[in-house]
Write a protein of this length. Structure first.
Length: 82
């Protein structure tokens, strides 16, 4: 684990962290760590969805991707265990 850093946050955010820590029986730093991780994942999925949407707006590219997916799907029925 890296060295701890001090971060200035608003009083309202401090109260919210304390309330969440009490409600979840977690230390305050873990509440913050989980919130940060949840936001990171949310943004990751939003970016992935935006990228897929952009691909779908390019019919030739999207068709190529669909054909490749179908080729890989065929391997699911090859009788081999995963």
């Amino acid at each position: 684990m890296s060295a701890a850093k001090t971060l200035t946050i608003s009083l309202q955010t401090q109260r919210t962290i304390r309330a969440l820590a009490k409600k979840t029986n977690l230390p305050a730093h873990e509440v913050v760590e989980r919130a940060v991780e949840e936001l990171r994942r949310k943004l990751l999925f939003e970016e992935a969805n935006a990228a897929y949407t952009a691909l779908q707006e390019q019919p030739e590219v999207w068709q190529e991707i669909k054909l490749e997916q179908e080729a890989w799907d065929a391997t699911l029925a090859d009788g081999l265990e995963s």
